[in-house]
Design a protein around this ligand. Structure first.
Ligand SMILES: Cc1ncc(COP(=O)(O)O)c(C=O)c1O
Length: 398
């Protein structure tokens, strides 16, 4: 049967058969290369959404495609209990790029799963504590599965599911060590933090806070969990945001930028800590899938070979300085925040229309809450693309 309008068919299938959980865009995307994506009409977009901060190395990196193809021809799937070359290569690299004591990674399929594994690890860290509690922060976002949702602050996400949400999570004020200390008791097993709060509105952590957290955790034998799901893999101008502060967390959670666009989560901790979980107490069928490991192992090499961490730092500084100048003469803007290429511009009014206007000009931006335009572009963006981002941001900001 001849399809009359394939684009119409694609959109209709989404309307009819896809749950109403996403606000579906108008563009049917057919091609993606580097920092650019293209719709079926041939329109080009400079992509500062980058799969919500996933495409750090740019779309369809040829080296990732090669690595996937090579793995594809050999083994697509064996369970996590079979040693394979691509996983071995990735595990070694994760141990290399994270703080020295964090040598073992549990591999899963998303950020929220990386957090779930961290929660379970923290829960068995001291099995004498029968009702373990975790401290998270106001404005935090750690995911939407029920464990990670318990650590996510926003009432909008939590309220319909309150009966499943753990009462054993307490929320402290981000940046206030006194507020953390007030919540610690004999059941506290972990503190979980983002070092730049992303979904909460792009708030970099106050400079002294990571050190204060580390000290409190050490004094009280509490684990410090660093959620690097959005900040990791070069996003903030360091491989991981904890490096800005000389912070060595006990557990790191990562996902998004890890595998060049393929789904993966990783929970990284020391061997001693992982030994607290017994075989079978946690598991993932797809976790550490050979294909995804091949992509992830290549992605880490690309980030290093192409100096993407340095480029994120340089282009991020330039953009933040430019937006700060812009904000000085623009009463619509409340503030500019960010680190590296994780940037938020906070407006006095909702930003949806401004973001829609930018789409028409060929640049895609993301929001963070109602009033923040968030930029998470690929870390490969060049000077011309940065110039274009500045121009369009100026045009939509008045
Ligand atoms: C800091 C942080 N943690 C956890 C998550 C959840 O990750 P995922 O959507 O891959 O489950 C996100 C996703 O945006 C995130 O930004």
């Amino acid at each position: 049967m001849k399809v009359e309008d394939p684009l119409k068919e694609i959109k209709e299938a989404h309307e009819k058969h896809y749950p109403n959980l996403y606000s579906i865009k108008d563009q049917v995307i057919v091609k993606a290369r580097g920092a650019l994506i293209y719709d079926a009409q041939g329109n080009e977009y400079l992509d500062c959404v980058a799969g919500h901060g996933v495409m750090n190395i740019g779309h369809n990196h040829p080296r990732v495609i090669e690595a996937i193809k090579k793995q594809l021809e050999n083994v697509i799937m064996v369970p996590p209990s079979y040693p394979i070359e691509s996983r071995a290569s990735l595990l070694k690299k994760l141990a290399e790029i994270t703080p020295k004591s964090l040598t073992q990674s549990f591999l899963s399929n998303s950020g929220t799963e990386a957090i779930e594994a961290a929660i379970k690890l923290a829960s068995v860290y001291n099995r004498n504590i029968k009702k373990p509690e975790i401290i998270a922060f106001k404005r935090s976002f750690h995911g939407r599965s029920l464990g990670s949702l318990s650590m996510t602050f926003n009432v909008k996400y939590r309220e319909p599911f309150l009966s499943w949400i753990s009462p054993n999570v307490k929320f402290a004020s981000y940046g206030s060590i006194d507020s953390v200390k007030d919540l610690i008791n004999e059941n506290t097993v972990a503190i979980i933090t983002e070092l730049v709060q992303g979904e909460g509105g792009v708030y970099p952590v106050p400079d002294v806070f990571p050190k204060e957290l580390r000290e409190v955790c050490d004094q009280k034998s509490i684990l410090l969990i660093d959620d690097e799901i959005q900040t990791g893999f070069g996003r903030t101008g360091k491989m991981f945001a904890c490096e800005h502060y000389g912070l060595e967390p006990d557990i790191m959670c990562m996902a998004k930028g890890i595998a060049g666009g393929l789904p993966m989560g990783a929970t990284v901790a020391s061997e001693d800590l992982w030994n607290k979980l017994k075989t079978g107490e946690h598991y993932s069928t797809f976790g550490g899938n050979p294909l995804v490991c091949a992509a992830a192992s290549e992605t880490i090499d690309i980030i290093r070979d192409e100096n993407l961490v340095q480029n994120a730092e340089k282009q991020g500084k330039d953009l933040i300085a430019h937006f700060n100048n812009m904000a000085e003469n623009n009463g619509n803007i409340r503030g500019v925040r960010g680190k590296g290429l994780m940037i938020g511009i906070d407006y006095r009014k909702p930003v949806k229309e401004r973001i829609d206007e930018a789409v028409k000009k060929g640049v895609l931006f993301l929001n963070a809450g109602l009033t923040v335009i968030r930029l998470l572009p690929p870390l490969i963006i060049n000077d011309d693309q940065v110039k274009r981002i500045k121009e369009v941001m100026e045009e939509i900001s008045y």
